[in-house]
Structure formats: structure tokens, C-alpha cells
Design a protein around this ligand. Sequence first.
Ligand SMILES: Cc1ncc(COP(=O)(O)O)c(C=O)c1O
Length: 466
Amino acid sequence: MAKRLQARRLDGIDHNPWVEFVKLASEEADVVNLGQGFPDFSPPEFAVEAFQHAVSGDFMLNQYTKAFLTMAKRLQARRLDGIDHSPWVEFVKLASEEADVVNFGEGFPDFSPPEFAVEAFQHAVSGDFMLNQYTKAFGYPPLTKILASFFGKFLGQEIDPLKNVLVTVGAYGALFTAFQALVDEGDESPIQKGEPDSSSNWQLDPTELASKFTSRTKAFILNTPNNPLGKVFSREELELVASLCQQHDVVCITDEVYQWLVFDGFQHISIASLPGMWERTLTIGSAGKTFSVTGWKVGWVLGPDRLMKHLRTVHQNSIDQCATQCQAAVAQSFEREQLHFGQPSSYFVQFPQYIQRCRDHMIQSLQSVGLRPVIPQASYFLITDISDFKNKMPDLPGAADEPYDRRFVKWMIKNKGLMAIPVSTFVSVPHQKFFDHYIRFCFVKDESTLRAMDQKLQKWKAELMP
Ligand SMILES: Cc1ncc(COP(=O)(O)O)c(C=O)c1O
């Protein structure tokens, strides 16, 4: 790549003495490690028991917990300007203020993760007490090893667990690390978006896409299968992105957290597996979405060493370590999955089948009140067209300049007891007007939750009757 790869903020911090000395020690036989700050004995019994209780008690502790944003006065650095409002926090708070609201806004399952994952976590918590301590900075070795062998086959690469894999705090941690490592102020990173030409067919416009690549373009951010559209990008579309990245010497950062959740026989393709793309692609995944354990917050990045070394610089100067026991549980879950892969017993076969039924259930229910769901090919989510409501009741409460979908979701939470996420929140302000007639629902929910939705929608339907 002719362009400068590493972001300027990494200058002078790309050497880490911890990594250097731990590596040196690991290369010699029989070195006693008194350098790193962690106990090599078991934590107190009560702490171990508290963790075991968390792991084998309420299964919802495997999912995301609440995020609070509290800022009494303006303290923030300039880089936070414009991003200090979180629609998730806003809508979750709104929903919590009303009695009996069913939450379809946030993307997490409200049922137990698969038995083998729960057991893997219990094993990590009650087994080797050293799993309570730091592990290798760039990833727990059994995890980096299984990620390398598992994904190596799909990407058609010999993946080195030490050079081509980084374990992060969820896929969000991976995205953050990649942006910090490679993108400077003034660099451009187009984020792909779709334009609808029919309700179930969102296509990239080749001319518009090509026009987004300039000499300043450093990285292209791809998300397939896509949230919120549920679209699986086709080989032709990926080839178009790949050729633009190659033509303009651009890195592709691809978020593929929903790669196993594909329906109706569609096929996910990793752009890194296309000719010439491994060398310029960072592929991001999430154990949360892979094994229905969003609260474990284990993610990863796979890519060539020349890109990964800059991500390691960010990681070693910020997070440095991810929770060892969570990593051990993910490693064991992948080891189990590798044994079953491609067979009917595979979680990656069974889970999408189950979730496809949830999707179909939700589609039928939403249609019953005149909502028009766009059928997703993959992911946790579907978006629903609310144009008919926009025409019938354009004057919902809210500020005049507030996008309609936001006002609609607020109204729906208050009056119908259902929470979704307005799609305009995914879009930059100038483009919000094109997306203010869509809202997003998560259908990865227990049958009882979907039935609770049915009841609310039946009531809504009865109110619509003349
Ligand atoms: C496309 C996409 N990427 C990343 C994430 C976050 O993944 P994680 O929880 O592993 O950070 C989400 C969560 O909803 C997502 O939809």
C-alpha cells in the first residue's frame, strides 16, 4: 500500500515492553515470570463462588446489560462532539418508564444460550484457577488457535494465531481498534449503505459507490450480513467493492458478526476470500452473535500481519487484555462446533433454522396491523415500512424537525407497549429524511416474547377496525 497505513496517533507507541519481555521469556526454557502483575494462585473462595453463581444462575446474565450515559457538565473531549447522544439509551429509558413494554429494539436473545456454551463457561469458571488471571495480551492461545483453524478454511488462508488474530472486547472493540489503528482525521472511510428498489431488494448503486472512493479514502467499512437491513451482499456486489478497494488502494474493514445467521438458503461470502482481498481486509466476528452470548463480549479480528500489527499497537496501549474465562469458554464452544460443523447437530445449522421461524412469526404478526416488513435474508433484525402510518397520522407528538420514525417509535412505546429502533438513527443527518419511514425489530426472541407481541398487535388491530 502506497498510502501511510498506521494512523498518526500510533507514532511513538508501537513498541510495548510487556509484549517484548513476555515474548523473550516464552522463548527460553524454564524462566520464572516475576515481571507481570498477576497472582499465580487461586482467588478467594467467595470470589470464585460469586463468579460460579453468575455463570450458572440467571441465564440473562449471558446477554448485554444496561448502558448508562451520565454527564453532569460538559467534560468531554472534542472528539466526542456529535456522538454523545445514544438512541439506544434514549429508547431503552423511554421503554423502562412505561409499564409492560416488550423490547424488540435491542439485539440480544432472551432465551438461554446453547447448553454446550453454558457448560464451557461453567468449566472455565470452575476449572483451572489461572483462568482468573491475565492471559496473552492478543488473545488466549487456545482461542486464537481455534479461530485461526476454523476461519482459515473459509478464507482460504493459512492463518497464524499469533500474527493474524486479535481477540477484542466484542466486535465493537474490534471496530474501534481498527479505526484507531488505521484512520486519521481527514482520511475518508465510506460506509456502505443500500437504496431500496423494492421492499426486499436493496442494491448498491455502482456509480454512486465508485464516486465515494477518492485519493483520501483509506478504508471501506462493509457489513454483511447487514444490520439493520438483514441483507446478504452477493458475490457480484462484493466483487465490485473488492475491485474498487484494489483500484484505489483501500483497506476493507468487514463486520461479519451475523455470518452464521443466514436464512432461505442464501449464502454468506467473506470478502477476504475473494482474489487479492486477504492482504487488504480486516474480518471482524463476535462470539456474542455466534453463540447467543452477547454479554460475554468476546470479538475478534482476522487479517494480514502488516495491518494487524497496527491494531496490536492500539490494543496493547488501551484494553491490553480481554476476560480470560470468557475467551476460554468461546474457545471450547468453537472446538465443539468444529466437531459438528456441517452436520444437523451443528449449532450453525440448528440456530438459523430456529431463528428463521421466529422471523416468519414476527413478519406475519406485523403484517396483521398493516406494517410492511422487509423480509431479511439474515441477521437478528428486520425493518418495517411505516409509510401507511406516516400518511394516516403525520402529526405525531415531537419536534417538527424530529424524523418521523423516531416520533413513531416513541408513540408506539407509549400507546402500544412495543419498542423498536428508528432506522434514521443509523444514518447521517442529511440522509435521515430518506429513511424516516422504517423502524427496526429484533426477532431473536423467545416464543413467549413473540406471543406477548401478538397479543399487543391483536389489540392494536381491534382498535384499527372501523
Ligand atoms: C453489525 C454489528 N456489529 C457489531 C455488533 C456488536 O457486537 P459485540 O456485541 O460483539 O460487540 C453488533 C451488535 O448488535 C452489530 O449488529
